[in-house]
Design a protein around this ligand. Structure first.
Ligand code: 0X9
Ligand code: ZN
Length: 301
């Protein structure tokens, strides 16, 4: 099986980053954005425009640069390899003060209603928010990078697993964000009923209905077309649970309207231990959703 059909250690991922930027030096740049608690480097890959085989990809890359951070929790990820009994380690590997437990939940450490309901002040909890916002060097590095590029960043997507969801803000409150209607499927629910009532399948009607479909649902539908997997969409807090301090909500409140969390495969059969054979199709479907979002952003520029 190929490189993309397997899981890799941090060492292998670092090597891979060097190789791809070397082989595709016309397309990719490696940007150092800081270092982790255990002093591992944090990198972002920048994909710049170049002729691609894929036409939509060519168009998108003509208009946008893509910044990709393969791994944010480099220490935690390495720890899952060096300590196989902790294969599902979630948090960072930092220690603050004289705590008896290690690690902060990086997705509770961003400065967005930091440590409100849905996060914990207890160091030993999986959803420990850390001693203060951006206490984790990895979170600080990402936040600084996004802040420094906020005027040019049009969309932000953070990849997680698992549950097969396309989530948008907010997760720190049950309240709707001001862009809720564009992002969610309120219209599609209403319009699907209308479609049923009209029993109308004419291209004109379908086209009108399509234009009112939410972006998150469009992304979920792109996935459906690609691999036939079902992803649900909705606002984070309303769809799964209240969870403050996440990077998506933080990026949204910074002014990045199109901010999403993808919860990738599966829905619980294997959960966090997704079999390697599912990596490639999962990437393929996620990419189709990314493209759908990028196209929407392009149309609404
Ligand atoms: O709880 C989380 O951080 C995410 N789920 S996971 O199982 N991958 O840990 C959901 C994140 C949704 N967005 C925010 N909480 N902001
Ligand atoms: Zn996650």
């Amino acid at each position: 099986s190929s490189y993309y059909e397997n899981y890799h250690s941090m060492k292998e991922i670092y090597r891979w980053m060097d190789t791809v930027v070397q082989v595709h030096s016309d397309l990719l740049q490696k940007i150092y954005i800081g270092s982790s608690y255990e002093k591992r480097p944090l990198y972002v890959l920048k994909a710049i425009h170049v002729r691609e085989r894929d036409r939509t990809m060519t168009t998108l890359l003509e208009h946008f640069d893509f910044y990709i951070m393969p791994v944010i929790n480099v220490d935690g990820y390495e720890y899952t390899w060096s300590h196989p009994s902790n294969r599902l380690w979630r948090k960072s590997r930092s220690s603050h003060g004289n705590s008896k437990c290690i690690g902060t939940d990086m997705n509770r450490n961003f400065d967005a209603h930091w440590c409100g309901p849905g996060a914990s002040h207890s160091e030993c909890q999986e959803i420990y928010c850390g001693p203060y916002p951006e206490s984790e060097p990895e979170v600080k590095a990402v936040a600084r990078f996004v802040r420094d590029h906020k005027d040019t960043i049009k969309a932000y997507i953070t990849m997680h697993s698992y549950s097969q969801l396309v989530l948008f803000p907010y997760s720190y409150t049950m309240n709707k964000s001001k862009d809720h209607e564009e992002l969610i499927d309120y219209t599609s629910t209403a319009l699907n009923m209308l479609k049923l009532l009209l029993e109308e399948q004419s291209p004109v009607v379908l086209d009108i209905l399509k234009r009112y479909e939410s972006l998150a649902q469009k992304a979920a539908k792109a996935i459906k077309r690609t691999t036939w997997k079902t992803y649900r969409s909705g606002a984070g807090a309303q769809t799964i649970y209240l969870a403050p301090g996440g990077s998506d909500d933080w990026a949204y409140d910074l002014g990045i309207k199109y901010s999403f969390t993808f919860e990738l495969r599966d829905t619980g059969t294997y959960g966090f231990l997704l079999p390697p054979r599912e990596i490639k199709p999962t990437c393929l479907e996620a990419l189709s959703a990314v493209k759908e979002i990028a196209q929407h952003v392009l149309q609404n520029l």
